[in-house]
Design a protein around this ligand. Structure first.
Ligand code: SIN
Length: 276
């Protein structure tokens, strides 16, 4: 197979053609890992994958171990490693409709996610916007880099539940809560990158409550209001997108209500994060 690569922007994202993800061999997996480390987001059109092929493709990334999402069992896929991402006319919120990295609350967060699109909303919409966290860090001023380089922040798995449903998680449900450095080193390139996100990060340790809130809000706005960090993926049925979940954040735009969008995600676990 010979790959053709079309960048989405100079900073982030590429559309890749000439690859059948249901038949990746070791050489292709190595090439895709290299490309992902370089571009952060890879878009593949016209893929045909059942659950096993989807999981085999995901296992080429990270430690090879697949992530079992706490909500996967209830999501309807019937497989703990396959998370159904579905919004319909009955949905009160759509998963991923807000800037986040996937489960950054885990001690060893997801390294890469592979989302496969089954059904697109019939009147358009349903894009996903991605942002580069290496570029977000690179664009910060030196005094701010020095300040946040010494700090850690707490990421709480209950936060998306509170934000989505507007109430506390069901009693007895356990979500991870982990402290990570705010600036981490990318596991492949070693480049420093910003590791806080509105979806999971609740507070900065060792500073006052108001200082934490103001600092986090400044960093979130830097990410969300700087379009040059971002690329926008327009999906089609049978598109599969792989994102580097350490080097990027994303926002799945819920602009298609009351229509249905249905996809499935399989994610590969990575290692513990290291300060830059
Ligand atoms: C997610 O956050 O994993 C879902 C992304 C999407 O639906 O585009």
């Amino acid at each position: 197979m010979s790959l053709a690569i079309q960048n989405l922007t100079p900073v982030i994202g590429a559309e890749v053609s000439g690859v059948d993800l249901s038949r990746i061999d070791d050489a292709m997996a190595a090439e895709l890992r290299r490309l992902l480390a370089d571009r952060g987001v890879l878009v593949f059109r016209d893929q045909h994958l059942d659950h096993d092929a989807h999981k085999r493709a995901a296992a080429c990334f990270g430690t090879g171990q697949l992530h079992c999402h706490p909500l996967a069992a209830a999501s309807g896929s019937g497989d703990p490693a396959v998370l159904t991402v579905r919004a319909t006319a009955k949905s009160r919120f759509a998963a991923g409709d807000g800037w986040h990295t996937d489960v950054s609350c885990d001690p060893a967060p997801i390294r890469a996610s592979l989302l496969y699109m089954h059904e697109m909303p019939e009147s358009g919409g349903g894009d996903t916007v991605f942002a580069s966290m290496t570029e977000a860090y690179a664009l910060l001023s030196q005094p701010v880099r020095e300040l946040i380089g010494k700090l850690r922040a707490v990421h709480d798995g209950a936060l998306p539940w509170r934000q989505g449903y507007g109430r506390e998680p069901e009693p007895g449900t356990e979500y991870n809560r982990t402290s990570h450095p705010i600036v981490i080193a990318h596991p492949d390139s070693g480049k420093p990158l910003l590791w806080v996100n509105r979806g999971f990060t609740t507070r900065i340790e060792g500073v006052g409550r108001l200082e934490s809130r103001a600092l986090l809000e400044m960093l979130f706005q830097h990410i969300e209001a700087t379009p040059r960090l971002q690329c926008r993926v327009r999906w089609e049925q049978n598109t599969l997108v792989i994102w580097d979940n350490i080097a990027t954040q994303h926002h799945a735009v819920w602009d298609y209500f009351p229509h249905t969008r249905h996809a499935e995600r399989v994610s590969a676990v990575g290692g513990e994060l290291m300060a830059a």
